[in-house]
Design a protein around this ligand. Structure first.
Ligand SMILES: Cc1ncc(COP(=O)(O)O)c(C=O)c1O
Length: 399
């Protein structure tokens, strides 16, 4: 018996995300690889009450199939929350998705043909590559800080541009105001869609938040909003990832295309989770938990960077990120291949993300992404110590 072959793109994928999620199950392994929030930040009692109330008081919303585009009350709430002077949003600008991850998948479904060009920050989020891999696109790296980066030419040639302006996953970088303005200007000039993926937009530890590209774009006209930015938000880092609640804010024309794509995907996002999300935002729960999350993660960022300074400063260079969940560190010695490092580090009981998975060509083997939100300081100190031992072992083999 010969079974039909699996689709070709499957042979060109990787199981890194599965490995990282499974790493949590390996006893004694210190997981500095994932992008996971610490469960202590979840307001469990408040959420239990909201969940019970959602089922008891709103069974028609919570337990029926929800509308494909989302519960109108939640779409209205998101529209109001993101409307600012110069940017008017209505529910026609909003689609509720099953996590930010589904939004990436739907954008691929709606915009990509085989061989389409995606311009992306580099390095970029592994999950976006995963979402778009079945569509077989091509990628072009946008090095925003390069002197010769030409946003108009880059966007003109692409089907869309993909950015994570706030504390990018994996690099932790903040896209500057000037770079945001340049990208938005180029998107308006060329008409090319500009994806602003923003799961870390609330996680600023130092300084005031920069304006969203969505807001900058709204200031260029169109009320309600009908510009080129496709903004992606999520409750995963602000409240809890288990709800799988995300949202897209975009021109009504784009929302309509994504709704058609979603119809054949999951038909609707859980009404129960949407109702809980609505109540968590509208009763101020998300605003109340945020200061505690920021304090915890700021302390942990500082603890990780201090531990890295103690154990890794002769092996890696990095910048302290001003928000988000990750430190991006690049090996000082070009012989330190970080794919090899991951294997050796796992044997030493610590796991980090190698740079190759954040490069569409898989060529960058010199950096690592280190997470600081999941573990307490003592665990991170031990994790960086183990990582240093592993890095020296890899280098000793190269001599
Ligand atoms: C840049 C980026 N986009 C999207 C997501 C997806 O998040 P979720 O599906 O949990 O909303 C993540 C998750 O870590 C991310 O880092």
């Amino acid at each position: 018996m010969t079974r039909p072959a699996f689709a070709t793109w499957l042979s060109d994928t990787n199981d890194v995300t599965q490995t990282f999620l499974a790493a949590g199950q390996i006893p004694g392994l210190i997981n500095l690889a994932g992008g996971l929030p610490d469960p202590v930040t979840w307001p469990v009692d408040d959420l239990s009450k909201l969940a019970a109330k959602a089922v008891a008081n709103h069974p028609a919303e919570a337990l029926a199939y929800a509308p494909i585009d989302g519960l109108p009350i939640l779409r209205d709430l998101i529209a109001a929350r993101f409307s600012v002077p110069g940017l008017t949003l209505t529910r026609d600008n909003v689609l509720i998705t099953t996590g930010g991850m589904q939004a990436l998948d739907l954008i691929g479904k709606a915009l990509l043909e085989q061989g389409s060009l995606v311009a992306t920050q580099s390095p970029a989020y592994l999950g976006a590559f995963d979402a778009w891999r079945p569509r077989l696109p091509r990628y072009r790296a946008m090095i925003l800080e390069a002197d010769d980066f030409d946003p108009v030419q880059t966007l003109a040639e692409a089907q869309f541009a993909y950015t994570v302006p706030n504390f990018s996953n994996p690099s932790g970088r903040l896209v500057s105001l000037a770079q945001r303005q340049a990208l938005v200007g180029a998107a308006h000039r060329t008409g090319t869609w500009l994806v602003e993926d923003d799961p870390y937009g609330t996680l600023y530890y130092d300084g005031a938040p920069l304006p969203r590209m969505l807001t900058l774009s709204g200031q260029q006209g169109g009320h309600p909003y009908d510009g080129p930015v496709i903004y992606l938000g999520t409750l995963s880092k602000e409240l809890a990832p288990g709800f799988r609640i995300g949202w897209v804010i975009a021109a009504p024309e784009m929302i309509a295309a994504l709704v058609t794509a979603k119809q054949g995907s999951d038909m609707s996002t859980s009404g129960l989770c949407q109702r809980i999300a609505h109540d968590a935002i509208s009763t101020g729960l998300t605003d109340r938990v945020l200061p505690g999350i920021l304090d915890l993660y700021r302390t942990r960022r500082d603890a990780l960077c201090a531990a890295m300074a103690a154990h890794l400063s002769d092996l890696f260079d990095w910048e302290v990120p001003s928000g988000g969940m990750f430190v991006w560190a690049s090996a000082r010695d070009s012989r330190l291949n970080t794919d090899d490092l991951l294997q050796v580090a796992m044997a030493h009981g610590v796991c980090v993300s190698p740079s190759s998975v954040f490069d569409p060509e898989g060529l960058n083997r010199r950096s690592i992404r280190v997470n600081f939100t999941l573990n307490d300081p003592e665990t991170m100190i031990e994790g960086t110590r183990r990582l240093a031992v592993a890095a020296r072992e890899v280098l000793s083999r190269e001599v």
